[in-house]
Ligand binder design. Structure first.
Ligand code: SF4
Length: 379
């Protein structure tokens, strides 16, 4: 039995869901009043009953975030290297069954994109690819990291889950962070949305943060794709996963993200019509989630992407968020090489990094382009 299976099996989906939905106002108040919050408190803070306490939750979340992180917001940008993918995921434009033009950046195109991002001010880049082991496997990723090293202080990656030795190889090349979202912790729903390809292996994906922890990764990012399943229950499982990892791989830092499902726009493609997601969460729900995570975990970084609208991002900036992407392109070559190619999903906040810097400063915060240096690597 894997370690992941141990922590995962300790929580039954139906029971967790029942606990969340039967939480009383008194349990929410107890969670709010506690000085050291547990996973039971997380259930209470994620509950419908906690919606009535959003204001005190937001105030507390704001205070705890400032105490730990000061008045700073880190900025990063995704760099899409390839839209080739061997998986079918029902919610993604890059899915194998979508007849789109596939593109993988060449060495010179990677450099062009890096230079464009550098000119915008970025020092932290997040490499993104589909899952296509033949074209964007470990040798491709290794080469990409080598090419990008001279431009960026912090290199993160959101690609297919890999084996532990692969991660060790990429860390040696200069990789600092890996984001791996479980999409949903509900096995049946996971199966329905990932019918084909390596990604259909729920357990391999669930064990990925363990392999990262064992490989000695500096930072691991977790999250659930919000909209696939009941967001309250999925978010509890994300919190429980984090709780387990922090205790097991305590030298690693962690971040949580809140990817709410976005529409996909397949341009002229008539093989797919629009996709709808029945379990979407409201803005108010997302505020509750951000605050709930901060209240149970004062250390974790909380990251918000350009999936969210400008109005929402400006509003929640002070409530617990510590890092933002800005001016993002979700297509390979989107910054300089091929700005018009197909995006993975449509973004909501199209403001430039310079605009975001203004917004951050106007709210009395300091934008941080770099919080990492190669010299800090001690292991
Ligand atoms: S979500 Fe990732 S694995 Fe799934 S189709 Fe899109 S790029 Fe491929």
């Amino acid at each position: 039995m894997t370690r992941s299976k141990n922590w995962f099996d300790a929580h039954d989906w139906d029971r967790v869901q029942r606990d969340i939905y039967t939480t009383t106002a008194r349990q929410v108040e107890q969670a709010l009043g506690s000085s050291r919050r547990s996973l039971d408190d997380l259930k209470a803070l994620l509950s419908p009953a906690a919606q009535a306490y959003l204001e005190p939750m937001a105030q507390l979340s704001h205070q705890l975030t400032q105490k730990r992180f000061g008045k700073t917001i880190q900025l990063y940008a995704p760099l899409y290297l390839s839209n080739e993918c061997q998986n079918i995921c029902t919610y993604c434009a890059f899915s194998l069954d979508n007849k789109i033009r596939r593109k993988t950046l060449t060495d010179s195109e990677i450099t062009q994109e890096a230079q464009a991002l550098k000119q915008l001010g970025y020092d932290h880049v997040l490499l993104v690819t589909g899952e296509a082991n033949q074209t964007v496997g470990v040798p491709y990723l290794k080469n990409a990291i080598r090419l990008l090293q001279p431009y960026f202080a912090h290199i993160s990656m959101e690609v297919q889950p890999l084996d532990q030795p692969d991660y060790e190889e990429l860390i040696a090349e200069g990789l600092h962070t890996v984001l791996v979202y479980q999409e949903t912790y509900h096995r049946d729903t996971y199966r329905n949305h990932h019918p084909k390809g390596k990604k259909s292996n729920f357990q391999y994906r669930l064990d990925t943060p363990d392999r990262l922890g064992k490989a000695g990764m500096h930072k691991i990012g977790l999250g659930a794709l919000l909209g696939l399943e009941d967001w309250r229950t999925d978010s509890f499982f994300t919190g429980a996963h984090l709780h387990y990892l922090e205790r097991t791989y305590w030298q690693t830092r962690y971040s949580l993200s809140f990817p709410r499902l976005r529409p996909i726009d397949l341009l002229q493609n008539d093989t797919i019509t629009s996709r709808s997601f029945e379990r979407c969460m409201t803005d108010r729900d997302l505020v509750q989630l951000i605050c709930a995570y901060r209240l149970v975990n004062e250390e974790v970084e909380l990251s918000l992407s350009t999936r969210e609208t400008p109005r929402f991002r400006d509003h929640v900036l002070k409530l617990g968020i510590t890092s933002l992407s800005a001016g993002s392109k979700t297509n390979p070559g989107g910054y300089a090489v091929e700005p018009e190619s197909l995006e993975q999903f449509t973004i909501s906040d199209e403001r430039s990094p310079a605009d975001m810097v203004d917004v951050i400063r106007r709210q009395g915060y300091e934008p941080v382009w770099k919080d990492w240096d190669k010299l800090l690597t001690s292991r």
